[in-house]
Design a protein around this ligand. Sequence first.
Ligand code: NAG
Ligand code: NAG
Ligand code: NAG
Ligand code: NAG
Ligand code: NAG
Ligand code: NAG
Length: 813
Amino acid sequence: MSLLSALSIVCGLMLHVSYSAPNTHYCVPRKTVPYQNELKLFKEEGIFNYSTMLMRDDLGVLLLGAREAVYALDIDDVSVKKDAVYWRVTEEKQRECTYKGKHAEVECRNYIRTLHRVNDTTMYVCGTNAFSPICDYMTFVNGQLRLEGRQEEGKGKCPFDPFQRYSSLMVGNDLYSATSINFLGSEPVVLRSSDLALRTEFKSSWLSEPNFIYMDFVGESFDSPDGDDDKVYMFFSENAMEYDFYSKVTVSRVARVCKGDMGGQRTLQRKWTTFLKARLDCSLPEPSLPPIVQDVFLLKDEQDWRKSVFYAVFTPQSSLSQVSAVCAYRVSDIRNIFNEGKFKTPVAVETSHVKWVMYTGEVPVPRPGACINTVARNMGMNRSLDLPDKTLQFIRDRPLMEEAVRPLTGGPLLVKRGALLTRIAVDSVLALDGRRRAVMFIGTENGYVQKAVNYAGEMFIIEEIQLFEDPVPISILRLSSRKGQLYAGSEFGVIQMPLSNCSRYGSCVDCVLSRDPYCSWDLATQGCSSVHGSSPSSGAALQSLEEGDVTQCPRLDPAAAVDFNLVPENNIQLPCQLHSNLARVLWRFSDRTLHSGDKYYIYDGGLLILGASESDVGRYSCDSVELINGRAYNRTVAVYRLRLDPGAAASATAVTTPGVQVTKSSNSVPGPRAATPAPDDEVDEDLPPSAENQSDAGKVTRLEVAVALLSLVCLGLTGVVFWTWTQGRTRECFKFAKRTGEGEVKRQSAEYMHIQNRTSEIKFLGPLPGRPGSANNNHSAVDFKGNGEHHFTPMANISSLDGLGYINDESEI
Ligand SMILES: *[C@@H]1O[C@H](CO)[C@@H](O)[C@H](O)[C@H]1NC(C)=O
Ligand SMILES: *[C@@H]1O[C@H](CO)[C@@H](O)[C@H](O)[C@H]1NC(C)=O
Ligand SMILES: *[C@@H]1O[C@H](CO)[C@@H](O)[C@H](O)[C@H]1NC(C)=O
Ligand SMILES: *[C@@H]1O[C@H](CO)[C@@H](O)[C@H](O)[C@H]1NC(C)=O
Ligand SMILES: *[C@@H]1O[C@H](CO)[C@@H](O)[C@H](O)[C@H]1NC(C)=O
Ligand SMILES: *[C@@H]1O[C@H](CO)[C@@H](O)[C@H](O)[C@H]1NC(C)=O
């Protein structure tokens, strides 16, 4: 009795977990690569917060800013430290800082937050310096890193508060920075430190408790028909002024200033005359407050800046939600809103309340907020100092545009549930078909990087790679296309990762289905290799990014059958490891499809036959059915032949156990023993990988088998039908319907398209089954290790196995 009640408590818990698990399916990575010791890591004892980086390809170093230290690391191998400088706060500074109520060991330290290139040998570096920011010049000459000792005031160039987000950019000799200029953090500015310093107005209509995220430069003067100027774009979030139904709502913004801005003569003296901002739209598929921008990357188009694209990561405003998104914005779309869009204007409603509405009156000429361009020059205005007060007053009071900037795909490129996304870097890769693909590398709050790409409107996550052993947030991502490396920083260190590792894909089918634009199957060498490493002798290599078409792959020999002996009365475990998180397993026994139930239990690592008997003798095959682009690819992964063990009937404890046997009598799970394939008299081919050495597999799956057995008991106890396998549902991410339109849109249409039928497309089955590690697999390196990404719970795990589909009918339970 007590056992029964204990069981029902356990079952209740498990069911609870399954109900709270999300049943909406968002982009699942095809492969999960667990933490690998081989990745190059840099960290130093006692130093934390490795979150500022400057790539100096020209010097062969990655400059890394941490708490009270700057390192010059070998750009080819970050574990090699070329030199370091330590820049500690003075005791006096630390004391002053603690007097002001800050934490001595956390806040009253010098966090390096700014690292910029000045010239061939020199960098500009700033630190928070115990809430008293300072800057200095730093050189790297003859392998030696040195602070010049030419300290400068850092106020406005670097935050006071090490926890505050901040952004800066060096353009020529001008430092653009966006941060708070005072100790309390209450005076936000966008500042240009140069011979002619400029800043934003201290007005809440300009900046209202902003969180600065990112800045970048776009050379718009190049080839400009209207004589336009270069721009600095910046991304941040701030309190909304345009919504008046909430007390406080945060919105994401993009703003820009012109490089040639010199401020106004009387109005806006020493202030930006070109500061314009607009709301950034990135609507999630479910109703929510506007998501908040967390990081941005500008993928520059070398030929035409108009085609450059900002990729932005968003996370929810409410901590209740766990859905992050990536939206992409074309530079030309943002520019059009600033150059041609309508303005918002404040109107007083009632006595003290101000509402922001569309401005419909006459807009002065030259247009407020515009750079000095041909129009202005023709009016005899060569500098912003020449602009009339009317234009300047207009822009001083109305910096916000009416229209929001819409993502170029109409909605998010990618929506991901689970661990929040933190940082993004994007590479443009020349694929075998001669087209460039944008590959996104997105860091998460639990130490993973998601590698994703958009194919004909479908977002596809090629793989997720665990970079840090502990689930720490990735706080910075930098990418070197030329070196083919990604650099990720966290509180505890920096990891270097190759942008691709084609050798992970052991077969032609796996290589092609990976749809990794960096990799192709080389027919000559019979290996998955880098598209760029090999000579481009086309025809000799296979890649099918859009289609995932494997028909060109050489036919594989069918998986060889492995013989196992069966001991009656025992439970038998037949391992089978799939190569992809997107694949579904299909077990067959003498051409009959097996489903989980009284007799069989299908779990992630294989098949469990409960209470085997003579009737179970025969051939079992494990097929992987992978849905790529709506098409199913079937592959036989493992084949077993169960035979009656002639000597076993006499003694149930016989050690020559087939598969991993589990005694049934107690329904408990004793340590599964290593399976030893029976001496093989018929099959001479190589054994399939899954039979080489099962001892590890047995260890890893022991828990799972226990869960499996318990779950079966639970099912029997509750009789609850809690899941159905929805046939025909594909496991794809968002699909964007093709948008037909004018030429420019058409050219882009293969890459980015509108979302259609969003709600119907994203209703997928719950989390995908995890794939417990197994040593007997070519791809053991990509086995699932339970990172929480998939909300993988024991019950959810069971639910997503197709075998349970048949429990649709309650009478069968
Ligand atoms: C680099 O810049 C620094 C600081 O402005 C200056 O002192 C130095 O002479 C410059 N070096 C070169 C090689 O231009
Ligand atoms: C720096 O790292 C330490 C150690 O993990 C952490 O406690 C602290 O919050 C971090 N500081 C910042 C500003 O991120
Ligand atoms: C503006 O520049 C043009 C050409 O450089 C020059 O001819 C003109 O006099 C300048 N106007 C003013 C007001 O400085
Ligand atoms: C690439 O993958 C292979 C196979 O998983 C692994 O042995 C190797 O260390 C990886 N290389 C790198 C640089 O991560
Ligand atoms: C592949 O699997 C699907 C779904 O399980 C099945 O309907 C189909 O017949 C299989 N195709 C082949 C060639 O085995
Ligand atoms: C299986 O693994 C065990 C322990 O890891 C090892 O001792 C044994 O030699 C392996 N057997 C085979 C066939 O590889």
